[in-house]
Unconditional design. Structure first.
Length: 199
């Protein structure tokens, strides 16, 4: 059976895979995300996902086994601008003041490397997120928890920030950081089966 390697430090991605019956090996890519610049948000997410997967695939080249390396990266697009993790609490606050009562698009790039065959499949999943019209007090309290500082777009849907998301259009897993339906499709492109990853 193939073994999935998750090239990401994201606890939310790991938890999503585990809840879906997949127990991946985690190898953090260590990729410098600032090396990709000047591309549209959806393309940015995809290029960063590809860099992360390639970095880990290269590390495992001497002992590939039957491994599939998955790289993911998420950005929130608001007014055509890509928003990753905020640098600090002040930036997270400004972000939320801009996002409240509006909608953004969460793009997650996925890149899957089959180390056994050398084949690669990659695509971006995009989900529209409708934010609640939160108050300044709610924003301050949320930022004070620290949660928005560690996630793309400065919000989570599976944590404290869930109450500030009025609704979504698209795959909810994608907003968490990994689209399970898209991963299944990428596996099929590589002549692999999603159910073979179940532990």
């Amino acid at each position: 059976m193939p073994h999935l390697v998750l090239a990401s430090a994201s606890p939310a991605r790991l938890a999503t895979l585990r809840s879906a019956g997949v127990e991946p090996e985690v190898i953090v890519s260590g990729v410098d995300e600032s090396q990709v610049d000047g591309v549209p948000p959806a393309e940015l997410a995809l290029q960063l996902a590809e860099l992360k997967a390639a970095a880990v695939a290269t590390r495992l080249a001497d002992d590939p086994g039957d491994r599939l390396v998955l790289g993911c990266d998420s950005v929130l697009e608001l007014d055509g601008v890509a928003l990753g993790k905020p640098d600090d609490a002040a930036e997270a606050t400004v972000r939320w003041q801009a996002m409240r009562g509006r909608s953004g698009v969460l793009h997650t790039g996925h890149a899957l490397h089959d180390l056994g065959t050398g084949r690669v499949a990659a695509a971006t999943a995009s989900t529209t997120v409708h934010f609640a019209d939160v108050t300044d007090v709610e924003i301050a309290a949320y930022v004070a928890t620290g949660e928005p500082l560690y996630v793309a777009g400065a919000f989570t849907i599976d944590g404290r920030g869930g109450a500030f998301v009025r609704g979504i259009e698209g795959d909810h897993h994608n907003v968490v950081g990994i689209s399970l339906p898209l991963l299944r499709e990428l596996l099929a492109e590589l002549d692999r089966s999603w159910v073979d990853l179940w532990s």
